[in-house]
Design a binder for this molecule. Structure first.
Ligand SMILES: [Zn+2]
Length: 217
């Protein structure tokens, strides 16, 4: 359960969020999914209005302190005076916020994992998966169901990316796009869940499924 959702964004809530974000970032950096300063993680710390604690921009994700978080609003803009650091939020915070708003996620993870970057390039209309045991881990059947991991084109405008995501998530054209992950072609992947642990499971499973899709090509 997401313990951050309700009530005031207290110093205690932020300290806990910061510690979890630093620990998860170190995990993904060690896996090579956050090369350099790439990638960012967020947890939802308020719903009305929407507030996310997101990792600060430009820092090595293997070396974050629990204080290296910034509070952002529904547009991904930094919010002053509500705790967190005065550092710059990631430019990608806007897409985190859109995903949290549309899906109700309690945590969003964005990394530059290799299979996702490659699969998004090869299958720009979406990665179609079927008859794989690990589909159960992202909320689908192991047999007889076609599941599409949605892909959007890369870009630097998070509003454009957010609109593209929402169109696929809310109005899937074919198959099921109702999966807790989004590939940004030639860039990376976003995955989400009710909390950071579930978001991590969804990320690991989706990346593994994409590795299989590439191996079977
Ligand atoms: Zn990125």
């Amino acid at each position: 359960m997401n313990v951050f959702e309700e009530g005031a964004v207290t110093d205690e809530v932020l300290a806990r969020a910061g510690a979890q974000l630093a620990a998860e970032s170190a995990r993904f950096a060690a896996r090579g999914w956050m090369p350099g300063t790439a990638g960012n993680l967020s947890v939802t710390v308020g719903r009305d209005p929407l507030r996310l604690a997101v990792t600060a921009s430009g820092l090595d994700k293997g070396e974050l302190a629990s204080s290296d978080i910034v509070i952002v609003d529904a547009d991904g803009a930094g919010v002053r005076g509500e705790g967190g650091s005065e550092q710059r939020p990631s430019a990608e915070a806007g897409l985190h916020a859109r995903i949290a708003a549309v899906t109700g996620a309690g945590a969003v993870i964005h990394v530059h994992a290799l299979a996702a970057v490659t699969a998004g390039h090869l299958w720009p209309a979406g990665v179609v998966l079927r008859d794989l045991e690990m589909l159960k881990g992202i909320g689908h059947s192991a047999h007889g169901e076609t599941v599409t991991i949605p892909v959007v084109a890369n870009g630097q405008d998070m509003t454009v990316l957010g609109d593209a995501f929402e169109a696929l998530y809310v109005r899937p054209a074919s198959g099921s796009n109702d999966v807790p992950a989004l590939i940004v072609a030639d860039h990376g992947i976003y995955a989400w869940g009710r909390d950071l642990r579930q978001a991590r499971w969804h990320l690991e499973l989706t990346e593994a499924l994409l590795q299989i899709a590439l191996a079977r090509r």
